[in-house]
Design a protein. Structure first.
Length: 135
């Protein structure tokens, strides 16, 4: 996988919409900061800190953290390639859904969080075979 592909996906993602779909209601702070309940441990109060500009996250409860790729890898128990596929599909869907009106919205992410069935279809080639990078 090319670093250019990762950068392209990151440039097209709406982190605010993605985290809201994946985590439910966000508690917004100053600037591009938000908090949410961490999906990786039994969280009572929001301990997951999110940067909605960069896609970086950190949980003060379980000490997990990283970028949006690490988040998707951990949440869906996949590798980098699977996370890249999911996020590429989400960014492509967002691009197609907003190209009509030019406004950034969460419409491209659908009504539900990224699903494991979506993940397996994106991360697999024909008949469930693993995708291989194009030559």
């Amino acid at each position: 996988m090319s670093i250019d592909l990762k950068a392209e996906v990151l440039s097209r993602l709406d982190f605010r919409a993605l985290f809201a779909k994946e985590l439910g209601p966000l508690k917004y702070g100053r600037g591009d900061q938000a908090k949410a309940k961490c999906p990786f441990h039994n969280d009572i109060a929001p301990s997951l800190s999110l940067n909605l500009q960069s896609g970086l996250w950190n949980c003060f409860g379980c000490q997990a953290g990283g970028d949006v790729f690490n988040f998707i890898q951990k949440k869906y128990k996949t590798d980098f390639r699977g996370a890249l596929g999911l996020l590429a599909k989400a960014s492509l869907t967002w691009t197609l859904s907003t190209s009509r009106n030019g406004k950034r919205s969460s419409a491209g992410f659908g009504d539900t969080p990224l699903s494991t069935s979506t993940m397996s279809s994106v991360a697999s080639g024909p008949a469930g075979a693993p995708m291989r990078p194009a030559p």
